[in-house]
Design a protein around this ligand. Structure first.
Ligand code: SF4
Ligand code: SF4
Length: 316
């Protein structure tokens, strides 16, 4: 059986992975309009109005945006005392229609983690119980943020004076809610600043400027190193966008299904589970659709690698 598996796996085309990586590269360039500006020597500030209302993934914080993505914009509006009904509607609809396609195919931070996972190293798996426990970190983060944002929103409506002092007391959380938990913010805003200052001061002092700089630097460096061994470590355990998506994606119309006639099961095969970068127990889920408790990002690896073509994509 193993020979059959190997032979079939070997013959499988990597078409999905190649297409996905091409889409990721295009998306990386387009969502980071700073790169577009460099490539084509244009000034995209003229599109400020448009970018402000379509803030899906524009990561580098600059004059064009107050946020780093649709979730940060939603939270930002809460902090300003506005209920972002339209953005919430767009976000929910997006997940219902496309599941976590954005995470697997478009997100620049996902792409960076995928590149890291290609660094030759012994890929490791986390024990199921530990993995389940770690998954809760991102829910803890998002619940904390929601509590702060919603209370800011209510206080803005109820008592302007209290709102001002409350907002001041939560500091940067009141204006850049996701910033502390965003690898994007770290890579495209914080790190370039720190590196520039290191060159300017010819010392490592900028890393130790204050407790939070020090903490953020080492925390995200550890996450980046972990991503080499544990694919998509940040997506799995920290990403606030991922946390919200995971809760909605199990209701998505777009899903992966497993054909019970073709699938030979874990004992005979189990290739799909071994290939899944998110450690999803595909074979424990229903044939009609598996989501990995919302963790599946539709990367397509299981579909591509299944030696028996038992996995299919379905809408509806
Ligand atoms: S879905 Fe495919 S890869 Fe997974 S166990 Fe079944 S046959 Fe094997
Ligand atoms: S279940 Fe399949 S599509 Fe989903 S993350 Fe795992 S390998 Fe990718």
């Amino acid at each position: 059986m193993l020979d059959l598996e190997k032979r079939k796996s070997k013959n499988k085309s990597k078409k999905i992975t190649i297409i996905r990586h091409c889409v990721q590269i295009i998306s990386f360039v387009f969502f980071h309009y700073v790169i577009l500006e460099l490539l084509f020597t244009i000034n995209l500030n003229v599109f400020e109005g448009v970018v402000k209302v379509q803030p899906f993934l524009s990561s580098p914080r600059n004059s064009l945006t107050d946020g780093g993505g649709i979730v940060e914009f939603m939270f930002y509006f809460f902090t300003q005392g506005t209920f972002p009904l339209l953005l919430i509607g767009v976000f929910v609809l997006l997940i219902l229609l496309t599941n976590r396609f954005v995470c697997g195919w478009l997100c620049p931070i996902g792409a960076i983690q995928d590149v890291l996972s290609y660094i030759p190293a012994d890929e490791k798996t986390i024990s199921y119980t530990t993995h389940q426990r770690l998954l809760k970190i991102k829910y803890f983060i998002i619940i904390l943020l929601i509590l702060i944002m919603v209370s800011l929103w209510i206080s803005k409506i109820a008592n302007e004076e209290f709102y001002e002092s409350y907002k001041q007391s939560v500091g940067l959380l009141g204006t850049r809610p996701i910033a502390f938990f965003s690898l994007s913010e770290f890579l495209f805003v914080f790190l370039p600043d720190v590196v520039a200052n290191i060159f300017l001061t010819a010392s490592l002092a900028p890393i130790f400027a204050d407790f939070w700089s020090f903490f953020a630097f080492f925390f995200y460096m550890i996450i980046i190193i972990l991503s080499v061994f544990y694919p998509r470590a940040y997506c799995r355990y920290i990403c606030p966008f991922g946390a919200l998506c995971a809760r909605i994606s199990k209701y998505s119309f777009l899903k992966l299904t497993r054909n019970p006639v073709k699938c030979v099961g874990r004992q005979e095969c189990g290739v799909c589970e071994r290939m899944c970068p998110k450690q999803i127990r595909i074979l424990d889920e229903t044939f009609e659709g598996f989501y990995g408790e919302g963790e599946c990002n539709l990367c397509g690896k299981c579909l591509e690698e299944c030696p028996y073509d038992a996995i299919e994509i379905k809408f509806g």
